[in-house]
Design a protein around this ligand. Structure first.
Ligand SMILES: [Zn+2]
Length: 251
C-alpha cells in the first residue's frame, strides 16, 4: 500500500457492516477510490465523509482493493448548496455524472478541477441550470461522445441558424435541412449556446444569461442527446426531473 496526500471531493458514503462506512472520494491525484472507514461512530473522520466535502486527505492507496483514510486537513464545505434543495439536487447530479464518466482509479485531474470549479460557481450563486448544462456538454467526451455544434456537417459553414440531425450526428445549415426529414427542428439558439458551452471559459460565464424558455429547450435537447448517445439513467437526474415537476405545481 502506498501513502499519498491529495485534495479530494467526497462523492458519497454508505454503511458497511454495523459501524463501518465505505466512502467514495474523487481525489485529484489518484482518481476515484473507495475508502474503508472503521468504527465511524468513534472516528475523527466522521465529519469529513459527507457528500460534497472537499479536503486534503492523507490516504493509504491499495491498488487491488479498498483504500484507507489516515487523516485530513483544510476542509471546505458548500454551505449554500447544502441548504438549498434545488442546488443540492443539481450538485448531486453533477457528482453522479462525474462518477459515471470515468473508471475508478483513473487519474483525471482536469475533470476533478472542472467539477470543483462548477460546484464553487454554483455556491457563489451563478445560474445552476446553465452550469449543469455546460458540465453535461463538456463531460460528453469522457463518455466517448464527440459532437460538433460549430459547423454544418455537409458544407462546414458557421454562424447560421442550425438544426441538429441524429442521422448525421451533427448540425445542418438551412441549405442542408433537407438531408434529414427527421431533423430535430431546434430553436437555433440551442445549437448556438451548445457551441458556446463546449468552449466557454469560467470568466465568460459571468456574462451569460439565458431566457427561461430557451433554458427549457436546452434541457429537453440535452436530455435527448443523453438518451440517444449514453442511455444513462442516474437516480440523481430522475430526482431533478421530479423536482422540476413539483416546482411547476408550487408556482
Ligand atoms: Zn450546410
Amino acid at each position: 500500500m502506498q501513502t499519498k496526500e491529495s485534495r479530494g471531493l467526497v462523492l458519497f458514503n454508505r454503511n458497511y457492516r454495523e459501524d463501518d462506512k465505505l466512502v467514495k472520494i474523487f481525489t485529484e491525484t489518484a482518481g476515484k477510490r473507495m475508502f474503508f472507514v472503521k468504527h465511524i461512530s468513534r472516528s475523527k473522520l466522521a465529519s469529513v465523509i459527507q457528500p460534497l466535502t472537499l479536503a486534503d486527505f492523507l490516504m493509504k492507496i491499495n491498488e487491488d482493493g479498498l483504500s484507507y483514510l489516515d487523516d485530513y486537513r483544510e476542509v471546505e464545505t458548500f454551505k449554500t448548496i447544502n441548504e438549498d434543495i434545488f442546488l443540492l439536487a443539481y450538485a448531486s447530479y453533477l457528482v453522479a455524472l462525474a462518477d459515471a464518466a470515468i473508471e475508478d482509479g483513473q487519474h483525471d485531474a482536469l475533470l476533478f478541477a472542472f467539477l470543483v470549479k462548477t460546484l464553487e460557481l454554483m455556491e457563489q450563486g451563478l445560474d445552476y441550470e446553465i452550469l449543469t448544462n455546460i458540465f453535461e456538454v463538456q463531460i460528453l467526451e469522457r463518455f466517448g461522445v464527440r459532437l460538433n455544434f460549430h459547423d454544418c456537417v455537409f458544407c462546414h459553414r458557421v454562424g447560421l441558424p442550425f438544426d441538429f440531425s441524429y442521422k448525421y450526428s451533427g448540425l445542418l445549415c438551412p441549405q442542408h435541412y433537407e438531408k434529414d426529414s427527421y431533423r430535430s427542428h431546434l430553436d437555433p439558439n440551442v445549437p448556438y449556446l451548445l457551441d458556446r458551452f463546449q468552449t466557454i471559459s469560467f470568466e465568460d460565464l459571468q456574462t451569460i444569461s439565458v431566457k427561461p424558455e430557451v433554458k427549457r429547450k436546452l434541457r429537453t435537447f440535452i436530455d435527448g442527446i443523453y438518451d440517444n448517445y449514453l442511455g444513462l439513467h442516474l437516480k440523481a437526474k430522475k430526482f431533478i426531473d421530479d423536482l422540476s415537476k413539483w416546482g411547476d405545481i408550487m408556482k
